[in-house]
Design a protein around this ligand. Structure first.
Ligand code: NAP
Ligand code: GDP
Length: 320
């Protein structure tokens, strides 16, 4: 039947992919006409064109949620800008070109609010993706992500394809990458605080000044929003998937929330010799709010506690 959907989720084993898997299975948000396929790099290295073709030939997706990417926190980005650019350009070109060849009806690719210009007015909105250089700390990742938007527009203009993108703010939740080398701020601080607590350490060190501001979305909320746009959003233009602007929080207050989830009573100290990265990237979710005006985001401290509990209880499978 023509309305049978096969939804292929690339990056399906990561933070965001695992959350989508959870909402389509545990929350029963999959529809009867949909088959969901979640793949990681073990199923296919998407930076390799032949492996990408074989994967698509096997599953014959009608829809693709394209999450797979080389991903990392500020410090990993700062030391690997070239790798981020090349690897993500390869993956993205393969996924979109093979989607086109195989007649995929819709591709949703994942951008990030950190790819917007550094020198900008606030709040940032979807029209600003290409307005000026990104922050120097992650230019490789940012330009590769921006090129997804360029390719989406090209596939639409030349071939009439509905290849589009969504733009999450910072994401956190179960199944994140908690490793010292790759982690973003929340999983990085959770790993460190877990160790500090176990060792009875009187202090816990946060990198940088603690002053930068971030919008954090719980991975399960993001997954629920991705399902909405998969079914209802039909424009090539990107759409920002972020918590409200009022939910922006400093890194220092984020560290306090993590300490509270661990019931850690020691002192939080700041290593100001380390980089702060972008000061803020406040994004407007106005476009999303028009589609989902009543969407309720999980309370930040509640989501943090669930994430910390998951980490503590899943040491054997967590990426450390
Ligand atoms: P993640 O947990 O590191 O997961 C990355 C996923 O990509 C994994 O499933 C990984 O597979 C897969 N992957 C990486 N290289 C691959 C390759 N060469 N071939 C095939 N698969 C490959 O990352 P995430 O945080 O879920 O990120 C998902 C998407 O969200 C990315 O596009 C990222 O840029 C975007 N995003 C993330 C954040 C954030 O704060 N985390 C914020 C905004 C946007 P394996 O597990 O097999 O390695
Ligand atoms: P970004 O939002 O793209 O900049 O990426 P991150 O998730 O890596 O957040 C970086 C912010 O958190 C910067 O202001 C860092 O100085 C701060 N930060 C504090 N401690 C850590 C840490 O242990 N790891 C990381 N990645 N960032 C930290």
């Amino acid at each position: 039947m023509s309305d049978k959907w096969v939804v292929l989720v690339t990056g399906g084993t990561g933070l965001v992919g695992s959350a989508i898997k959870q909402v389509v299975t545990a929350e029963l948000l999959a529809r009867p006409n949909e088959t969901w396929v979640f793949v990681g790099s073990k199923q296919a290295d998407l930076s390799d064109l032949n492996q990408t073709k074989a994967l698509f030939a096997e599953h014959k997706p009608t829809h693709v949620i394209h999450l797979a990417a080389m991903v990392g926190g500020l410090f990993y980005n700062m030391s690997h800008n070239l790798d981020f650019f090349r690897k993500n350009m390869q993956i993205n070109d393969n996924v979109l070109s093979v989607s086109h060849e195989m007649g995929v009806k819709k591709v949703l690719s994942c951008l990030s609010t950190c790819i917007f210009p550094d020198d900008t007015s606030y709040p940032i909105d979807e029209s600003m993706v290409h307005n000026g250089p990104p922050h120097s700390s992650n230019f490789g990742y940012s330009y590769a992500k921006r090129m997804l938007d360029v390719m989406n527009r090209g596939y639409f203009e030349q071939h009439g394809k509905m290849f589009t993108s969504f733009v999450p703010c910072n994401v956190f939740g179960p199944h994140d990458n908690f490793s010292e080398e790759h982690s973003h701020v929340i999983p990085g601080l959770i790993r460190k605080l877990h160790k500090a607590k176990n060792e009875g350490s009187p202090t816990f060190t946060v990198l940088g000044t603690g002053k930068p501001l971030r919008q954090f979305i719980y991975s399960l909320d993001l997954a629920r929003l991705i399902l909405i746009i998969l079914r209802e959003y039909n424009s090539v233009d990107p759409i920002i998937l972020s918590v409200d602007e009022e939910s922006e929080i400093s890194i220092a207050d984020t560290a306090k929330s993590i300490a509270s989830a661990f019931d850690y009573r020691g002192e939080i100290v700041f290593d100001t010799s380390k980089a702060d990265g972008q000061y803020k990237k406040t994004a407007s979710n106005g476009k999303l709010r028009k589609m989902a005006p009543d969407f309720k985001f999980t309370n930040f401290d509640v989501a943090m506690k669930e994430t910390v509990d998951w980490f503590v209880q899943n040491q054997s499978i967590a990426r450390l």
